[in-house]
Ligand binder design. Structure first.
Ligand SMILES: O=c1ccn([C@@H]2O[C@H](COP(=O)(O)O)[C@@H](O)[C@H]2O)c(=O)[nH]1
Length: 497
């Protein structure tokens, strides 16, 4: 590591975390077991300033380590733009390795002008076992090119350095995973438990260059306990990208409730009455504002006052699903002006990523107190529905997860509305699960209910949505308290298990 650049390195580490170039959760890896940390440095092409900083640091690292070579070659594909920047800054000619030889013309694997005996420095983004570097070394060497060094952005410390050293190539990394973990811990961005869980995993999962494990296949049940459903809400608050998700996690932890009341009533006064009675037991109150027959601005003002008094957030379950422009108008305009009062809204992922851009477009600017409005709002994306016979399949769920966790708008996504624990892994998102009642049942219109314990312990719900289970009770406050107690106990038992 370049000592004099330590502050710059730390700032870059935090920035990489913020742009989702790496994240913590439970991720499927090429080697067949899951990992609690995942790197995706492909995203940096969307952040030219980050790209520039990484390239500058690579160049100063190359100079400091005196890694002079006649050529540079990036390991395809993520490292290619980085190798290009290094080549331009150093005026070092580049070589490009094809992953597959062309079926026509020169059939070359290595593009560029070179001669046997030339030296080449490898540039790589992330190293796990080192096998990708070794593939590139093999192709360069088959052309007579000499490779002695590789410069990499992140060493996951899982054996890659030793593996490539066995082939006579030294690895020089800007970051080790340990440095990234310690920096994020120091910056208050992750909990000690996260550092410990990842460190434990890395120590246990060392990989050979052929993808096999060093020693016996690790017992991932014992090693990888960094799964979202096991982490307490207060720790997950630090992992959330959305400011509203952070607020909600913290509120749930301090108020000790993971109950959302679905206030599906048609009169403003009835909603205010139930909000006041159930307010002490809930973290979230969910509305369907278009069913309120006597909607008025004063109703919203009273609802917001109750939310402030009892400390719960407001969610409008609008289930936006149109093109970006229409969604933007539906969110910000019309009678309800949803964006002006709802901390959270729900949206379908059916239109793709443009749903997030459309919602954010309605929020531009500052609020009356000079705060960033977009930072005070968030969305829950629907990845599954509780209605029997709904059309959502596994592919839809998977794509919804990608929309929620990848790309430039993830800071707007507070969570996912779904029915199962495998919908997403990222612990900074909140799972909201409707279809909850004391007794399992199905209503006359296809709503399917599960018990509070089942949705939290078996289906991964962080917050359970209860509507008629409370609304139809004789004593709504008592019912809310019962649901709150059962849901919270189920959550504490889930985390402790
Ligand atoms: O898949 C979904 C998504 C949203 N909902 C909403 O939750 C409540 C459930 O009310 P109950 O009275 O407890 O059935 C309601 O507002 C739905 O619109 C859902 O049920 N399923």
């Amino acid at each position: 590591m370049v000592a004099q650049n330590n502050d710059e390195m730390k700032a870059l580490a935090v920035k990489l975390f913020e742009i989702n170039a790496f994240k913590f959760g439970d991720f499927k890896m090429k080697v067949g077991i899951n990992s609690p940390v995942y790197f995706d440095l492909r995203v940096i092409v969307s952040y030219p300033d980050v790209m520039q900083t990484v390239a500058d640091l690579l160049v100063s690292h190359i100079k400091e380590q005196q890694l002079s070579a006649k050529h540079v070659c990036g390991v395809p594909y993520t490292a290619l733009p980085l190798a290009t920047l290094v080549s331009l800054q150093q005026h070092t000619p580049m070589l490009v390795r094809r992953k597959e030889a062309k079926a026509y013309g020169t059939k070359k694997l290595i593009e560029g002008i070179y001669h046997a005996g030339d030296t080449c420095l490898i540039v790589e983004d992330v190293v796990t076992s080192g096998s990708s570097i070794l593939d590139t070394v093999r192709d360069l060497e088959s052309e007579g090119i000499v490779v002695t060094d590789a410069v990499v952005v992140v060493d996951r410390e899982q054996g890659g350095s030793a593996n490539i050293a066995k082939h006579g190539v030294r690895m020089h990394s800007l970051f080790t995973l340990s440095f990234l973990l310690n920096t994020l811990r120091e910056a208050g961005r992750i909990e000690k438990a996260t550092v410990d869980a990842v460190a434990k995993y890395i120590a246990a999962v060392q990989i050979n260059s052929d993808g096999s494990f060093v020693g016996d296949k690790p017992d991932v049940v014992g090693v990888n306990d960094f799964v979202r459903t096991k982490i307490p809400f207060e720790s997950r608050a630090n992992l959330a990208k959305s400011a509203v998700a952070r607020r909600l996690f913290s509120l749930m932890a301090s108020k000790r409730t993971n109950l959302c009341l679905a206030a599906d009533l048609t009169k403003g006064d009835e909603i205010l009455d139930i909000a006041d009675k159930c307010g002490p037991y809930i973290c979230l109150l969910k509305t369907h504002i278009d069913i309120v027959e006597d909607f008025s601005e004063s109703f919203i003002a009273s609802l917001k006052a109750l939310a402030a008094r009892h400390q719960f957030l407001l969610m409008e379950d609008r289930k936006f699903a149109d093109i970006g422009n229409t969604v933007s108008l539906q969110y910000g305009k019309g009678i309800y002006k949803i964006s002006s009062w709802a901390d959270l809204v729900t949206a379908h992922t059916l239109p793709g990523r443009s749903i997030l851009q459309g919602l954010k477009a309605a929020l531009g600017g500052e609020d009356a107190a000079g705060g960033d409005v977009a930072a005070e709002r968030g969305v829950f994306l629907l990845a599954e529905m509780s209605a029997s016979g709904n059309l959502i399949d596994d592919k839809y769920k998977e794509t919804s997860n990608k929309i929620a966790t990848e790309g430039g708008d993830v800071d707007f996504v507070a969570g996912v509305v779904c029915q199962s624990a495998n919908c997403f892994a990222f612990p900074g998102l909140i799972q909201l699960t409707p279809g909850v009642k004391i007794d399992e049942s199905v209503d006359k219109l296809g709503q399917q209910y599960q018990t509070p314990e089942h949705v939290v312990k078996e289906r991964g719900a962080d917050i359970a949505v209860v509507g008629r289970g409370i609304l139809q009770a004789k004593n709504v406050a008592q019912a809310a308290q019962t649901y709150r107690d059962r849901l919270w106990t189920a959550y504490t038992e889930r985390v402790a298990k």
